[in-house]
Design a protein. Structure first.
Ligand code: NAD
Length: 442
C-alpha cells in the first residue's frame, strides 16, 4: 500500500514509530518542535539509547524514505496519515496529564490540512481526549479539509521498542468510521498477517486500554513490594514467594519482582493522571487504590536510603557510596522519575559522597543532577566505596561476582536493590549483602 505518513513528536515513541513505518515501506516524515533533535535525526543520529533503533534510523535516512522537519507546512497536506506521539507529562500544578502538546500538535495540523487526512493519536491520554479533539479539529479545520480521527495507543517498552512496534502483542484501534479502520489495517498489514490480535473499538475503550494496562502493571509491582515490607519486618523470602505465586497462571511471574520500585516516563505519571481524570468524572474513590500503589512505590526509595544509613552504622555523612545504575530500567538511557537516581540524590543530600555509574544513563542523569559525581566505568565508581548499591539491573551488574569488586572497595557491603545477585555467594566471600524484601537486623 503506498501511503505517506507523518509522525508528530519524535521522542522515544515517535522516532521508533517513524523508523518502523519506514521499515515497513512507507514514506515517512517526523515532525518535532525541537530543532536540535530534528537536526540530529536528519543526520541519522539517535539522541537517546534504544537497541536496534540507530541501525533502522540510519538505514532509512540514507534511503531517503525517512525525513525529519520542524515545519508543519511540509507534512500537513503531504501525508495521508498523521500519527501523534508528543509527550503527555504530569502537569506542574497537579496529578493530571499536561495536554498542551497534544492539543497544539492537533491544532497545528488541523489548520493546515487540505483535502483528506487521518489523524491517529498514539500518546497516552486521559479518557475523553479523542472526543474532545474531534471538536478541536472541527473548530480549526479549513473548509477544504476532510479530517478523521482514530486512537491507536502505543504499548512499546523502552529497550524493546523496535521489536514491540514491528511485532506488537496486540493492536488496539479506536475508530468511528470504516475508512479510518481500513487505512490503519493497511498500515499494520504485516503485523496482522502474522496473526497479531486486533481490537477494533470506540475511542474511550482504546484510550482506557493503555492506562488500564499501566495501572495494572504498577499495581503488580507495588503488590509484591508491599509483601516485601512484610518480609523485611518478620522474615521470609520474597523471591520464593513471588516464584510460588507466579506458578499460578492466573497471576503470572512477570512484574512480580521486589525491588526499588517502578519509575520512568510512563507508569508514575499515568497512574496519577488516571486518578486525576476519574476524580474529574466525579469518581473520587474509583482509582483510590492507585494512590496506595504510588505510595508503596515511593516507600521503596526510603527503604534503601534507611538501609544505607543502618549498614553504615548511621555514619552516612562523608561515606563513599557507589551507585550502580541510574536509569529507571536496563537497556534504556531514560532517567525520568528513576528510583535509582532519586535514591542517589537523597544519599547525596544526606551528606554521602555518591559515585554514580550507569552504562548509558550518566549523561541524562548529569543533566538533571550535575552535582553528583559520575564515574566513567564500574571500577572508578566502586573505588574505595564504603557501600555499593545495585539499583538498575543492567546485564553488566547482574553478572557481578564478589571478586570483581573486592580489590577495589574499602568495605564489603552491598545493597542489591533488584535482587539479582546470589546472596549466598556474596556472604560466603565475607560481604554484608542486603536485598529487597530481606529482613535486616543491624
Ligand atoms: P518524549 O518526551 O520522548 O517525546 C515527546 C516529543 O514530542 C519531544 O521530542 C517533544 O519535543 C515533542 N513535541 C512536544 N510538543 C510538540 C508539538 N506541538 N509538535 C511536535 N512535537 C512536539 O516522550 P515519549 O516517551 O516519546 O512519550 C510520548 C507519548 O507516548 C506519551 O504520551 C507517553 O506516555 C506515550 N508512550 C511512551 C512510551 C515510552 O516507552 N516512552 C510507551 C508508550 C506510550
Amino acid at each position: 500500500m503506498s501511503m505517506k505518513i507523518s509522525v508528530v513528536g519524535t521522542g522515544y515513541l515517535g522516532v521508533t514509530h517513524a523508523a518502523c513505518m519506514a521499515e515497513l515501506g512507507f514514506e515517512v516524515i517526523g515532525v518535532d518542535v525541537d530543532p536540535a533533535k530534528i537536526e540530529a535525526l536528519s543526520a541519522g543520529l539517535l539522541p537517546f539509547h534504544e537497541p536496534g533503533l540507530p541501525e533502522l534510523l540510519r538505514k532509512h535516512v540514507a534511503s531517503g524514505r525517512l525525513r525529519f522537519t520542524t515545519d508543519y507546512e511540509q507534512v500537513s497536506s503531504w501525508a495521508d496519515v498523521h500519527f501523534i506521539g508528543v509527550g503527555t507529562p504530569q502537569r506542574a500544578d497537579g496529578h493530571g496529564a499536561d495536554m498542551r502538546y497534544v492539543d497544539a500538535a492537533v491544532a497545528e495540523l488541523a489548520t493546515r490540512i487540505r483535502g483528506k487526512a487521518l489523524i491517529v493519536g498514539k500518546s497516552t491520554v486521559p479518557v475523553g481526549t479523542a472526543r474532545r479533539l474531534r471538536t478541536l479539529i472541527a473548530a480549526n479545520a479549513h473548509p477544504d479539509a476532510e479530517i478523521t480521527l482514530a486512537w491507536n495507543p502505543e504499548f512499546l517498552r523502552e529497550g524493546f521498542a523496535v521489536a514491540d512496534t514491528m511485532t506488537p502483542d496486540r493492536l488496539v484501534l479506536g475508530v468511528e468510521d470504516e475508512t479510518s479502520e481500513a487505512l490503519l489495517r493497511g498500515i499494520y498489514a504485516s503485523a496482522l498477517a502474522a496473526a497479531t490480535p486486533l481490537i477494533v473499538t470506540d475511542f474511550e475503550t482504546a484510550e482506557l486500554v493503555k492506562v488500564a494496562a499501566n495501572a495494572f502493571l504498577a499495581t503488580k509491582i507495588s503488590f509484591i513490594n508491599s509483601f516485601a515490607e512484610i518480609t523485611e519486618t518478620i522474615g521470609g523470602d520474597i523471591t520464593v514467594l513471588a516464584d510460588a505465586l507466579g506458578h499460578d497462571a492466573r497471576i503470572g511471574r512477570k512484574f512480580l519482582n521486589a525491588g526499588v520500585g517502578f519509575g520512568g516516563g510512563c507508569l508514575p505519571k499515568d497512574i496519577r493522571a488516571l486518578q486525576a481524570r476519574t476524580s474529574e468524572l466525579g469518581l473520587t474513590h474509583t482509582m483510590g487504590f492507585l494512590a496506595e500503589v504510588d505510595e508503596i512505590n515511593l516507600r521503596r526509595r526510603e527503604r534503601v536510603v534507611r538501609l544505607a544509613h543502618t549498614m553504615l552504622n548511621e555514619k552516612l555523612v562523608g561515606a563513599r557510596i557507589a551507585v550502580l545504575g541510574v536509569t529507571f530500567k536496563p537497556d534504556s538511557d531514560d532517567v525520568r522519575d528513576s528510583p535509582a537516581l532519586d535514591i542517589a540524590v537523597r544519599l547525596f543530600n544526606a551528606g554521602a559522597e555518591v559515585l554514580v555509574y550507569d552504562p548509558k544513563g550518566n549523561k541524562n542523569a548529569a543533566e538533571r543532577f550535575p552535582r553528583l559525581h559520575y564515574a566513567k566505568d564500574l571500577p572508578e565508581a566502586v573505588a574505595q566505596a564504603d557501600l555499593v548499591l545495585l539499583l538498575t539491573e543492567w546485564a553488566e551488574f547482574r553478572a557481578l561476582v564478589p571478586a570483581d569488586l573486592e580489590p577495589l572497595v574499602a568495605e564489603r557491603r552491598i545493597i542489591d536493590g533488584r535482587n539479582v545477585l546470589s546472596r549466598g555467594q556474596w556472604e560466603a566471600a565475607g560481604w554484608e549483602i542486603v536485598g529487597m524484601g530481606q529482613h535486616h537486623a543491624p
